[in-house]
Design a protein around this ligand. Sequence first.
Ligand code: GDP
Length: 193
Amino acid sequence: NPLARARYLTSVHQLRQLPPDAGREVAFAGRSNAGKSSALNALAGQGGLARVSKTPGRTQALNYFALGEGRCLVDLPGYGYAKVPEAMREAWGRVIDGYFRQRRSLVGLVVVMDVRHPLRDYDRQMLDYAAARGLPAHCLLTKADKLGRGEQAKVLAAVRRELGDAASAQLFSAETKLGVPEARDVLLRWLEL
Ligand code: GDP
C-alpha cells in the first residue's frame, strides 16, 4: 500500500504558503465530524496520521501529507460547523476557492460524507468546484457500519443516482475497513502510483 508512506509535510493557512505546484495531489473534503480524519488514517493504515478531531471547526488549515515521488494527500479544512464565525467562514471560502482555481497538481477530489447525511450544501459546493475544473470526484459514504446492509445499499443507490456522471461513490467505514481497498484503488489511479 503506497499510501502507507504518507508523512505529515506542512499546514497551509494562506495560498502563498502552498508547496511548489508540481507532482500530483488528491484533496479530501468533508463536513466537520463526517469522519474525514478517520478515513485518511484508514486509507494510510496509520492510526495517528490525520488527527481525529476532538474540536470540530478548529482545524482551518490545508494539511499536506507527502507520499514521496511528488505525490501528496491534502486534508482540506472541515466545513459546515455552525459555531464558526462568519469572518472565518469567508476566509475558508477564499482559500478553498483559490486552491481549486489555481492548483495545477490537484488531480482529484474525495468528498467524505456521513452515510446518514449525504450531499449536504457544502458537499455539493465542493463537487461543483471539481466539476468547474473537470476534476474527477469520488464520494466516500463513511460510517457505513452505522446502517444495516439494506439501508446502506439504498443510500448508495440514491447518491449514485443523484450524482450521475458528476462523481463516483462508494460505502466506507473506518471502523470495519469496509471499502478501504476500493478507495485506495481510486487514489492510486489518480496519483499514478
Ligand atoms: P472529521 O472531523 O471529519 O475529521 O471526523 P473524525 O474522523 O474526527 O471522526 C468524527 C467522529 O466520528 C469520531 O468520533 C470518530 O471516531 C467517528 N467515526 C469516524 N469514522 C467512523 C466510522 O467509519 N464508523 C464509526 N462508527 N464512527 C466513525
